[in-house]
Write a protein of this length. Sequence first.
Lengths: 161, 361
Amino acid sequence: MLCENCKENDAVVNLTTIKDNVVTQQHLCEKCAAEKGVETSIAPKNPLGDFLQAMQQKALPGGDDAPACHFCGATTRDFRSTGRLGCARCYTAFERQLRELLRRLHGNSRHAGRRYEPPAIELVERAGTVAQLRERLRRAIDNEQFELAAELRDRLRAVES
Amino acid sequence: MTLDLSLLPDGGVGWLDASGEHADVVLSTRIRLARNVEGYAFTPRARDGERLRVLAQVRDAAPHVTSLKGNVLLRVDELASSERQLLHERHLVSKELAGLETGQGVRTGAALLLANGVSVMVNEEDHLRLQALRSGLAVTDAYRAVERLDMELGGRVPYAFHSEFGFLTACPTNTGTGMRASVLIHLPGLVLTKEISKVLAGLQQMGLTYRGLYGEGSEVVGNFFQISNQTTLGRSEEELLDHLARVVQKVIEREEEARRVLLRDAGYIIEDKLWRAYGTLRYARSLSLDEAMNYLSGVRLAVGLKLIRGLSVYTLNKLLIFCQSAHLAYAEGRALSEAEASQARARYVREALANEAGARE
């Protein structure tokens, strides 16, 4: 199909406009669409990769190998090389970079969908809580985060007693 | 552990029955929600013990979740690779969960909970991948089912949720709603009229993406495309679904238009091509998977155009699944070489077509 505006190039954009409840459709080429203010450039194929590469170029002070997340011990290097977060706490540890990344990926960084309330504590198995605390304690010791380990040990004692 | 597919609810292939809307063009609608359990590292970073505890928590919660009534739990990590392949061919598990990605085995704790119309993959890239699968175009219906499962399960198992970012996932491309809604659609008309690249480029401009028959990283075979939402954050589930459904509706209209153009401008050429595809499937003695997929695509188009009658879409859907290598091996009860698989495939397709009431003009 030819562009309805210039009648020269192939129409690649189907522009739907609604004005006063009247829907009009126009088939336009990329150039004419751009003139009408429609963003036509296709999003980069791999925004995640591009972003991570950019992150590599401005390495963070403090070194990439220092654990950035205190829960799972993930480092900036881990995030950069895999493009994956290590755990829920990483969202706090990498918050600033993530907000920018999420905006690039989704055009927005604020959740607009269904909200969630975690189940009341008595519904979650108490055993599960103990297991979680133990796991975090072991992790903290492995990562030599002794202050955190002491705090977790106290909480574990409180839950178990 | 040996896999007995007959024990699965619906054999896990209820969605093949072609009962949904636009079933001749749209094979299925799948909606998945990515969720992580609070308190553990995400699956790729978790230790074996953590993954097993995630599995134990889901297993403990399952009897209290009505959406999972009558579920079957499969420990994917205890299955042989041929059995994992079988589940993958049935679209029940992702390549990642099945441990079929190159250089990566199956993870300890990888499991599948399969119930009627919904399922939960445990220890995929995220701890939980809740899914609903429906025949044809059924976005609302599929979402209702998976949302219900999500609310019930989330009421028992605490999810990782952030007030600004929403549901937290291992990959930032899923953060927010954690929802990927995809429609598996057959577009031979647009491929033959060479309109497809424009349509696909248009999808990207509208915040949608497409993949092959098996989702992420898979190739397009047999003119099947999976169209899904690209973004998961900043818009509500309903907005994302509504947008997808509207665009897919438009794509279906363009496909129908392309088919009309084909019949009008190249009627006898198309008719000849499609009957040749049918003839090959009906009589060939050896078929590679690609050949089978391409000819099945042709026959599916012929059925849609009513050039071939007396052949059901259900049969064609089943053929798509059952003529794959692991399924053929399962039916034969032994491992098959490539040549043996091609012969078994041709035999299976031949018999399935012969058993139909008889295709006629």
